[in-house]
Design a protein around this ligand. Structure first.
Ligand SMILES: [Mg+2]
Length: 429
C-alpha cells in the first residue's frame, strides 16, 4: 500500500512547507459551466498598418480546456525573436492574485506572453477543485485564455499514478482511499483523473461505526456522501476483507480525527487490509523496527506526531507532492515541454523549436517557489531561475530563507527582467 500527499498553502499569503496540506475545497463542477474569456481576453490588438494583413485578424480566445494550438504571430516582437528557448512558471497566490483579486500587472504580463507565444505554466500548491474549474476561474479573473494544458496544482501529479510511471505500478484499477476537503469532492476529482475504485474514510465509518465512535456526531454529514464499500471489512477472514492499495491526501480533511485513525490503522496493517495488524511491527531485526515493512508507503508530516507516539519513534516514510519537492518540478517541466511543443509547432520563421533551455520560476514564497526552483536539477539540462516578487509573503527588510536569483516588485517586473536577460527584442510589456 502506498500513501501520497500533496503540499498546501496555509493561507492566501501564507507560506507552506512540505508539512502542510492545502485546505479549502470548493466546487468541482468543472467543464460544465465553463465560461469563455471576457472580451478583453480576446486576441485583439492594434496592429501597425504594415503588419495588418489577413493573418493578423483578432482571434477568438480558446476555451480553457482546449488543447494548445499554434497561434498566429501577430506581434512584431514574436516575429523578430523567433521561437523562445525559455519559458515561465508562475505561482498564483501572491503573484497573480491576492485574495482572489488580480494583482496589478499580472494580466498585462500574461497577455504579453500569450500574444508572443512565449510558453508559461501556472504552478500552484493550491488544489481541491478539478483543474478545469480552477482554470475557468483564472481565465475569467485574469482575462487571459488559460488551459488545463499549462496548469499544475498540488495534486495534479497524482494523475500519473492512474497509469503508473517510473516503475511505479498503475493504480487505475486498485482500491485507493482519498482524504481532504468538503464532502467527497476529492473522490470526484480522483475519479475524473481516472481512478476506478475510490473510497473515502466516511465510507468505512458508515460501514463500521465502531472504528471511530467519536465521529457519530457527523453521521448526517457522512450519510449524504458515503457509498457502499467495494467489499466488507471481514475481520474473521482477512482474505475476503477490504484491501486498500494506496492513500492520497489531497487536502486538509474536515474530520481529521477519523481520517488520522483510519490512516494509522492502514499504515499498521498487513498489506493494507483494514482490521489486520502486521506482525512485523516492532520487530527490531527489521529496518525501521519493522514499521512500514509490510507493503505500506509513506504519509504526510502532520501525522508524524501520532505516528511517533504509536511506534516509539519509527521513521514515517511518505511521498510528498507539491512545491518545493523535485517530483512536482519534474512533472511541471514535462507539462511545460509538451505544452511548448504544441504551442510553438515548427517554430517561428521556419526555425526549429529547439530545447527548452531556461524556465523562470516566479513566486512569492521562498520556502516553496524559490527553494524548489533553486534545488531542482532537470534531466533535460533545463535551468530554473528563481524570481521572488514582493506582492505576497515578502516583507521588506527581511532576508528570504532561500535566496532567489532576483527580487522584483511584481510579476510584471519579473517578466520584464527575464525578457531583458534573454535578449528579447522589440516591444516589452
Ligand atoms: Mg504564493
Amino acid at each position: 500500500m502506498r500513501l501520497w500527499t500533496s503540499t498546501f498553502r496555509q493561507s492566501q499569503l501564507g507560506s507552506l512547507g512540505s508539512n502542510y496540506i492545502r485546505c479549502g475545497l470548493d466546487s468541482i463542477e468543472c467543464g460544465v459551466s465553463r465560461r469563455l474569456p471576457s472580451a478583453k481576453a480576446l486576441h485583439i490588438q492594434t496592429l501597425p498598418k504594415t503588419l495588418g494583413h489577413s493573418r493578423c485578424r483578432p482571434q477568438p480566445a480558446r476555451q480553457s480546456c482546449s488543447p494548445p494550438t499554434r497561434r498566429l504571430y501577430c506581434n512584431p516582437a514574436a516575429a523578430v525573436n523567433g521561437a523562445p528557448s525559455f519559458a515561465f512558471a508562475f505561482d498564483i497566490d501572491g503573484v497573480l492574485l491576492r485574495s482572489s483579486t488580480p494583482i496589478p500587472g499580472a494580466a498585462k504580463a500574461l497577455t504579453y506572453l500569450h500574444n508572443n507565444n512565449i510558453p508559461f505554466i501556472l504552478l500552484t500548491n493550491g488544489g481541491g477543485k478539478y483543474e478545469s474549474a480552477r482554470v475557468a476561474e483564472l481565465t475569467d479573473k485574469l482575462g487571459v485564455p488559460l488551459s488545463e494544458d499549462n496548469f499544475v496544482q498540488s495534486h495534479t501529479p497524482f494523475k500519473q499514478l492512474v497509469g503508473g510511471y517510473d516503475g511505479i505500478e498503475a493504480l487505475k484499477d486498485k482500491t485507493i482511499m482519498v482524504t481532504g476537503g468538503d464532502g467527497d469532492k476529492c473522490r470526484k476529482v480522483a475519479e475524473r483523473y481516472g481512478f476506478k475504485n475510490v473510497i473515502i474514510p466516511g465510507d468505512i465509518l458508515m460501514d463500521n461505526p465502531t472504528i471511530w465512535p467519536f465521529s457519530q456526531v457527523f453521521t448526517d454529514y457522512y450519510q449524504k456522501i458515503h457509498r457502499p464499500l467495494p467489499r466488507p471489512v471481514d475481520l474473521a477472514d482477512p482474505a475476503k476483507s477490504l484491501k486498500i492499495d494506496a492513500i492520497f491526501v489531497f487536502n486538509d480533511p474536515r474530520d481529521w480525527a477519523l481520517d488520522s485513525q483510519i490512516i494509522l490503522d492502514l499504515l499498521s496493517s498487513k498489506q493494507g487490509i483494514l482490521g489486520t495488524y502486521s506482525d512485523k511491527n516492532g520487530d527490531t531485526s527489521l529496518p525501521n523496527n519493522g514499521w512500514q515493512q509490510d507493503g505500506q508507503g509513506g504519509f504526510q508530516a502532520s501525522l508524524r506526531g501520532v505516528w511517533d507516539v504509536t511506534t516509539g519513534g519509527a521513521k514515517l516514510e511518505r511521498t510528498v507532492i507539491g512545491k518545493p519537492h523535485a517530483e512536482t518540478y519534474k512533472y511541471a517541466e514535462n507539462v511545460l515541454n509538451t505544452y511548448r511543443t504544441h504551442l510553438l509547432g515548427a517554430g517561428t520563421k521556419g526555425k526549429p523549436v529547439g530545447r527548452l533551455q531556461r524556465v523562470f520560476m516566479v513566486g512569492d514564497n521562498p520556502e516553496s517557489d524559490i527553494r524548489g526552483a533553486n534545488d531542482y536539477e532537470s534531466a533535460h539540462d533545463t535551468k530554473w531561475t528563481s524570481c521572488l516578487v514582493k506582492t505576497g509573503v515578502f516583507r521588506e527588510g527581511t532576508k528570504p530563507a532561500y535566496a532567489p536569483k532576483v527580487i522584483v516588485d511584481d510579476v510584471l517586473s519579473a517578466v520584464k527582467w527575464a525578457l531583458k536577460s534573454e535578449g528579447w527584442k522589440g516591444d516589452v510589456p
